[in-house]
Design a protein around this ligand. Structure first.
Ligand code: BTN
Length: 242
């Protein structure tokens, strides 16, 4: 049913593939599963209003459009799990062991290799459409003072962006096929979660604290043990320090 990637739109330059996808979707001009990729984004967007910078042509910047999602908002985290798992599956196929920094940043060691920005449109409490924006560092070799890495730095092998994109899409379709088996997604997501069961420094509204990351609840909140009590955090409520 998911059949992502049957329709591919390639753009030389666009502000943001997520914006472009949203505009085309508003015109009812995009089939479900369309993938929109751009060589260059002039205003690539990251999570929480940040900017996503990528060397033009050297990386993959694309969006996947899902129509008729019909998922209740309480279950929306399943999309995050599917996408993060497909990315880490694809990286594992390439010989790269990656972890998921909650909710959906993909890391190799301490360096970020991929970021995801999922934007949903709702009807009442139901997600109708979803735009999954992905920035995957493929062939960029230098990141200045950013703690980032790329596929070429990790594997020492050049792979074309098309090859990477199609390999990832295959994994994404496979993970979507598991949507009806949430326990597999839950287990795999937990097993790949960065810092799971480790004692780490976090920061919440009360300040910095030492805590242990215990997992993620049904609605996708992070569960951290703080002063021996389980506390659930939403995206803007906690920071990972070290
Ligand atoms: C993050 O880690 O902050 C999320 C980054 C998401 C970047 C991708 S690149 C393709 C798509 N279009 C955008 O403007 N952003 C996403």
């Amino acid at each position: 049913m998911h059949q992502i990637g049957r329709h591919i739109i390639r753009l030389e330059s666009v502000d943001s593939t997520n914006n472009y996808t949203a505009n085309r979707a508003k015109l009812n001009d995009l089939p479900h599963g369309a993938v929109i990729l751009a060589v260059e984004q002039t205003q690539g967007r990251g999570q929480m209003g940040t900017e996503w910078l990528a060397e033009p042509g050297a990386n993959l910047t694309f969006s996947v459009f899902l129509d008729n999602v019909n998922l209740s908002v309480e279950r929306q985290f399943i999309l995050t799990k599917i996408v993060s798992l497909a990315l880490t599956d694809f990286l594992a196929d390439s010989g790269v062991t990656a972890t998921i920094k909650w909710p959906n940043d993909i890391y190799v060691g301490d360096r970020k290799i991929c970021g995801v920005l999922i934007e949903n449109s709702l009807q009442g409490m139901t997600i109708k459409r979803s735009i999954i924006g992905i920035g995957l560092n493929t062939n960029q070799k230098q990141f200045g003072n950013l703690e980032a890495t790329s596929l070429i730095l990790e594997t020492r092998q050049f792979r074309s962006n098309d090859d990477v994109l199609f390999s990832f899409i295959r994994r994404l379709n496979e993970r979507f096929d598991q949507e009806a088996k949430p326990s597999i997604l839950d287990t795999d997501y937990l097993n790949r979660l960065r810092w799971l069961r480790e004692e780490r420094t976090f920061e919440d509204a009360q300040g910095m604290f030492q805590g242990v990351l215990l997992g993620v609840n049904e609605s996708g909140k992070l569960i951290v043990s703080k002063e021996n009590e389980e506390t659930n955090y939403g995206l803007k409520e906690i920071k990972f320090i070290r």
